[in-house]
Design a protein around this ligand. Structure first.
Ligand SMILES: *Cc1c(COP(=O)(O)O)cnc(C)c1O
Length: 446
């Protein structure tokens, strides 16, 4: 951690003390606590476009965008107006409403799903998709990949067992062995391991769930044809293929990751989960897919699933307003902004002698502070020089650029990242690259 933060953080420090007294770790989601990089998390008071303002009055160019959702920037006037109008009509009725139908139609129009059910978080979406897959197939085993995050669902917080195709063990205290024991955790991008698991357990596997393109171990794109292979092997074995697009949906491209592979190659997932961008900054998420599978859900079918605030009219209005703004021009802008930032990061790290790898899928990218090798799976994603990232992160933060407080996260841009915001990022890079170089010369690669 840097010893000489240039920005005043007194107000954030005071709030963090108060928060820690009443909330575990002072935060409501762990990565916000800065545990990986040290220092005081910044309490944000407001945000507009590409910029965050903290409670001490510091301004930052936001390269997290709420971990993905804010595709069109913070406080977009059209989203705000739509939300204000929705709020004025009341905020929740516990009845069907218009915006949830319109948002469902928009999801069906843009993606491969035929029917969709709304929930309130990505975790709920993957949890419900897995229950539906188990109910539909009458089987119990779930296959997932190491390094893919699908929310904090018991069965998905599992760690790989001792061999390639063995049942998993709990990844955290609180997950029953019986729950993790119905999960198989495999190395990402490894067709041989997937084939071995299906050879061993094929008639017991309800579903395979994967991030459409992993973004939660840094961005690790699927090898060409990998997702198509997964869809095919699931089909051959009577298991469902669940593509988790909570992060990539409407973010990697207009049609999510599926727009970059499935739509081109001609295959569709059985079920897909969405969240983040489709909630427009509100708690809204969804799962959807084949009509014959979705019709197994209550009240049409026997698989129970429900939610008091599911399809909430304010949240679905925000999501709909965001998706209506998410035009080809928005993705083109974010792509161009990303190219500018990626090449500047590469140039500055190279100048400073900091080896690294930058990987992307569609508009999503991340920077690995590693030996320069491509990253194809979780062990490779873990081989990073964390002290170098920590110094880089703090040097950027001190200069008013808010990066993810972890080396294992994607960087997110929005259509509000204009020339001024991008230039601000570029201006901060040389000092941050030098800080990373100083840290990395102190120790060998982790
Ligand atoms: C964020 C995320 C989730 C969990 O969504 P929450 O809304 O945080 O519960 C699930 N899957 C993926 C791929 C994610 O990135």
């Amino acid at each position: 951690m840097t010893s000489s933060a240039r920005l005043a953080t007194t107000a954030s420090e005071g709030l963090f003390d108060r928060a820690r007294a009443v909330t575990p770790g002072g935060v409501n989601s762990p990565v916000r606590a800065f545990n990986a990089v040290g220092g005081t998390p910044r309490f944000i008071r407001s945000a507009k476009g590409a910029w965050l303002t903290d409670v001490d009055g510091n301004e930052y160019v936001d390269l997290i965008c709420s971990w993905g959702p804010m595709l069109v920037g913070h406080a977009h006037p059209e989203v705000q107006a739509a939300v204000a109008e929705a709020v004025a009509r009341g905020t929740s009725y516990g009845t069907p409403t218009v915006p949830e139908v319109e948002l469902a139609e928009e999801l069906v129009r843009r993606t491969s799903v035929e029917k969709v059910r709304f929930v309130s978080s990505g975790t709920e979406a993957t949890m419900s998709a897995i229950r539906l897959a188990r109910g539909f197939t009458g089987r119990e085993i779930v296959v997932k990949f190491a390094g893919c995050y699908h929310g904090h669902v018991d069965a998905l917080l599992a760690s790989a067992g001792s061999g390639l195709a063995t049942l998993a063990v709990p990844g955290t205290p609180g997950v029953p062995a019986s729950s993790a024991g119905l999960t198989i955790v495999l190395p990402y991008n490894d067709k041989v391991a997937v084939a071995a698991a299906f050879a061993e357990y094929g008639d017991r596997i309800a579903c395979l769930i994967t991030e459409a393109a992993p973004g939660n171990m840094g961005v690790v794109p699927p090898a060409p044809g990998f997702n198509a292979f997964l869809a095919q092997i699931c089909k051959e074995n009577g298991a469902l293929f669940i593509s988790d697009e909570v992060m990539t949906g409407f973010r990697a491209s207009k049609q999510g990751q599926w727009g970059l592979d499935g739509a081109v190659e001609g295959w569709v997932p059985d079920l897909t989960t969405f969240g983040k961008v489709m909630g427009g900054g509100f708690p809204a998420a969804a799962f959807g897919g084949r009509a014959d599978v979705m019709s197994h859900l209550s009240p049409e079918g026997p698989v129970y699933q429900a939610g008091t605030l599911a399809g909430n009219p304010v949240a679905t209005t925000a999501g709909l307003a965001t998706l209506r703004l998410a035009t080809d021009e928005v993705y083109a802008h974010i792509t161009a902004a990303g190219e500018t930032i990626k090449s500047a990061v590469a140039a500055e790290l190279t100048r400073a002698g900091v080896s690294h790898t930058i990987q992307a899928t569609g508009t999503m990218f991340s920077v690995f502070f590693n030996d320069g090798s491509p990253v194809t799976n979780f062990p490779e994603a873990n081989a990073q020089d964390l002290p170098a990232y920590t110094e880089f992160f703090h040097a950027m933060l001190d200069q008013g650029v808010y990066l993810p407080p972890s080396a294992y996260e994607a960087w997110f841009l929005s259509s509000a990242h204009d020339d001024r915001a991008i230039q601000h990022v570029l201006d901060a890079l040389p000092a941050a690259a030098d800080a990373a170089a100083a840290a990395s010369s102190k120790g060998a690669l982790a």
